[in-house]
Design a protein around this ligand. Structure first.
Ligand SMILES: Cc1ncc(C[n+]2csc(CCOP(=O)(O)OP(=O)(O)O)c2C)c(N)n1
Length: 545
């Protein structure tokens, strides 16, 4: 008879989950054993549970299947919590399996015990705990359905050590995935009529298109209805940024002209997005009086912050498909509107080269990476100001992928690159990190090297937690508190991973960048990045005094 652990792993393998990420723990030794030499499961051993979790989340974004991480009780689960949060904010299906104390110790404040219901309430979609081995088939099936259904997200399953090792008499529970809600034909007809009349519409595309076929469906729909497309926060890779209909992203510090133009739209069609704060520019857009049609698979996100003229609780893909048979005429004035939005976006893309005394403006590096990236490159970003130019200055084109944490979590970039390179060994993978993020989870580069996964790490060294320094300069000019960094010799640190290292110290070194990115195997590029180039101007004036 199989153990509960074996039943669980078999279930995941049956759902085409073929990889799990972990830091081992004695609390789930039976799961490790079930994975031992499993013919369809690859176990990737990370160096920190946050890294394992981020790898799983990134893998989920690439496969559309749940990312799976296995972590130990208490401390392991705490380290992994950042990935649960990221999966929730990023709408990525993620299953966190936590080894739990034995049943006899539950609720007794035992060594490394945590009540995961309390801990993860508020960030996980669902939290379960097995108290009998026969519950495990049902619980893992439920975990899968919850992670994948509606707006995808994280689930946590707590598995007491003794339960995992016990024999499981219960048969496997087949996976159930509810079909996404199909839209009411009357709603579709109303929407089609609104689209035909709208002179200044905007299609706002969100997470729901981040799945197999989603990008193609979005493009076909936008072209057929002649709709300008804006993408929700950090989802630049949903739509070809060079397409005449691409109007830009809803992100941090959108230019005033763009915000004004978006506020001038006479119809906002928000498809497959939760309309959260950054996408809505701090809950200011759609502005009062703007007509909003909101489509989201989970009705609880509809009408939450913004009144709608039409709220459709359905899958965005189904709405797009359902509109395929409707007459898609557009007013003649639409062309001028589309061109206006496009021109505003294009004006925001320019990078002005310039010399800085303390290094290279990272925007120039970003522009070069954009040019050097392969047509199917996967670029992963950590949080930090070095990442900003990748959202506006680089034009992404599917099948290129930009994996950036919607949660804004530092530490995502390197683990995500590792997962991407393992998932797509034939594609160029570039992982970008700042000097802050590099020492958070940059150690996961060791996993790439150990596996021969061809991650190119590009490290921006500006001696600062610069994103925070920028805020600091605005709020408390000249008072640097907690944001300066004294760094190791990063070239030596990268070399210690036994990979080729390219140092980019000045603009004359920039031609080395493309060569380093095109080289086979793992490698690192360390850029001496200008801090002055990103600081607000008064700080620069002071520095010059
Ligand atoms: C886990 C986590 N901790 C703290 C923050 C707050 N934070 C956002 S950006 C940032 C600084 C990033 O510094 P670095 O990696 O050096 O990149 P830079 O901004 O200098 O380009 C910090 C501390 C965060 N987003 N995530």
């Amino acid at each position: 008879m199989p153990t509960a652990a074996e039943r669980l792993i078999e279930f995941l393998a049956d759902q085409r989950v073929d990889r799990a990420y972990c830091v081992p723990g004695e609390s789930y030794i039976a799961l490790l054993d079930a994975l031992h030499a499993h013919p369809r499961m690859d176990l990737v051993v990370a160096r920190q549970e946050g890294g394992a979790g981020f790898m799983a989340v990134a893998d989920a974004k690439l496969t559309g299947r749940p990312g799976v991480a296995l972590v130990s009780r208490g401390p392991g689960a705490c380290n992994a919590a950042i990935a649960v949060h990221t999966a929730e904010q990023d709408a990525a299906p993620f299953i966190l399996l936590v080894g739990q104390v034995e049943r006899r110790d539950l609720r007794r404040n035992a060594f490394q015990e945590i009540d995961y219901q309390s801990m993860f309430r508020g960030i996980a979609k669902w939290i379960g705990e097995a108290t009998e081995p026969d519950q495990v088939p049902e619980l893992i099936a439920r975990a899968y359905a919850m992670a994948m259904g509606g707006v995808p997200g994280p689930v946590v399953l707590s598995l007491p050590e003794d339960v995992l090792a016990m024999e499981c008499a219960a048969p496997p529970v087949p996976a159930t995935l509810a079909r996404p809600g199909t839209p009411d034909p009357a709603d579709l007809a109303r929407l089609a009529a609104m689209l035909r009349e709208a002179e200044r519409p905007i299609l706002l595309a969100g997470h729901a298109f981040d799945r197999a076929g989603g990008r193609e469906a979005l493009r076909t729909f936008a072209e057929r209805w002649n709709l300008p497309v804006a993408v929700s926060f950090r989802r630049q890779d949903l739509f070809d940024n060079t397409h005449p209909l691409y109007a830009g992203d809803l992100g941090l510090r959108n230019p005033d002209a763009q915000r004004a133009a978006f506020a001038d739209a006479d119809l906002v069609l928000a498809l497959g997005t939760r309309l959260t704060d950054i996408t809505t520019q701090g809950w200011t857009w759609p502005a009062p009086g703007q007509r909003l049609v909101h489509v989201c698979a989970e009705p609880r996100f509809l009408g939450w912050h913004f009144p709608t003229v039409l709220a459709i609780p359905a899958d965005a893909g189904a709405v797009v498909a359902g509109l395929g048979t409707h007459d898609a005429r557009a007013p003649a004035s639409r062309a001028a509107w589309n061109a206006r939005l496009r021109a505003i976006h294009r004006a925001d893309c320019a990078v002005t080269p310039g010399d800085w005394p303390d290094g290279i403006a990272f925007a120039e590096v970003a522009a070069l990476i954009g040019e050097a990236a392969a047509p199917d490159a996967i670029v992963t970003l950590d949080a930090g100001t070095f990442g900003a130019p990748f959202y506006r200055k680089v034009a992404w084109r599917p099948p290129q992928r930009l994996l950036a944490p919607v949660s804004g979590a530092m530490g995502f970039g390197m683990p995500a690159a590792v997962a991407a390179a393992l998932r797509h060994p034939g594609r160029q993978v570039i992982g970008l990190v700042g000097d802050g993020g590099a020492l958070m989870t940059g150690g996961e580069f060791a996993v790439a090297v150990a596996r021969g996964a061809a991650v190119k790490m590009v490290l921006s060294d500006n001696g600062s937690y610069a994103s925070i320094r920028i805020h600091q300069e605005r709020a408390h000019p000249g008072r640097i508190s907690g944001t300066d960094l004294v760094n190791p010799d990063f070239a030596a640190w990268c070399a210690a991973f036994r990979v080729p290292v390219t140092a980019v110290e000045s603009r004359s070194d920039l031609p080395k960048l493309a060569m380093a990115l095109a080289a086979p195997g793992p490698g690192a590029v360390v850029v001496r990045t200008s801090l002055q180039a990103v600081l607000p101007q008064p700080a620069l004036a002071r520095a010059a005094e």
